[in-house]
Design a binder for this molecule. Structure first.
Ligand SMILES: Nc1ncnc2c1ncn2[C@@H]1O[C@H](COP(=O)(O)OP(=O)(O)O)[C@@H](O)[C@H]1O
Ligand SMILES: [Mg+2]
Length: 161
């Protein structure tokens, strides 16, 4: 299933090399990342600290394949995201990285129940229905939502959402 090619050698789960990201605006450009270097090994758990506007969210969006860096190298799980096609990035988002934005309510659909929301990525991966249902049940059970699977976001508490 994994597309061939574009796999590069890398020691770590994440290797960032002189990464730049520039948001081009009307008149003014914002340089959000200015030559970032970072290496994260498989199994490491890290926190990224910095003042507002220092580029933390930008880095996360690049790691999640939601945007492509302006310059530099970004390798995640052996995949060079700085050279990835939009097809590669879609595969990366579907199979490798999940991200919950701090503004999480912007990314949950008001029309999907808890069950449907958790099921959606498994559908995109082509999981058969029976396996999907089992996995969705297990996951929602784990976060204490086993009895609220049919609820829409508007029917859930902030924390449950
Ligand atoms: N979509 C965008 N368009 C233009 N500038 C942006 C955009 N997103 C973020 N920025 C700017 O990029 C810089 C880094 O933002 P961000 O990565 O969100 O910082 P942090 O998450 O550390 O607060 C900030 O100066 C911000 O204003
Ligand atoms: Mg942020």
């Amino acid at each position: 299933m994994q597309p061939a090619g574009r796999i590069v050698d890398a020691d770590g789960a994440i290797v960032v090399d002189s990464l730049f990201h520039i948001y081009a605006g009307e008149g003014e450009n914002v340089t959000a990342l200015r030559g970032l270097d970072l290496s994260v090994r498989t199994g490491d758990m890290i926190g990224i600290l910095g003042p507002s506007g220092s580029g933390k969210s930008t880095l996360l969006r690049l790691l999640a394949g939601l945007e492509v860096a302006s310059a530099g190298r970004l390798v995640v799980n052996g995949r060079n995201l700085s050279r990835a096609t939009s097809r590669d990035l879609a595969w990366h988002r579907r199979h490798c990285v999940a991200m919950v934005d701090q503004h999480y309510w912007r990314s949950i659909s008001p029309y999907l129940s808890a069950r449907e929301a958790v099921e959606l990525p498994l559908r995109l991966r082509g999981w058969p229905r029976v396996e999907r249902m089992k996995r969705v049940g297990d996951l929602l059970e784990r976060v204490g939502l086993g009895d609220r699977m049919a609820a829409l976001p508007s029917q859930l508490s902030g924390g449950q959402q």
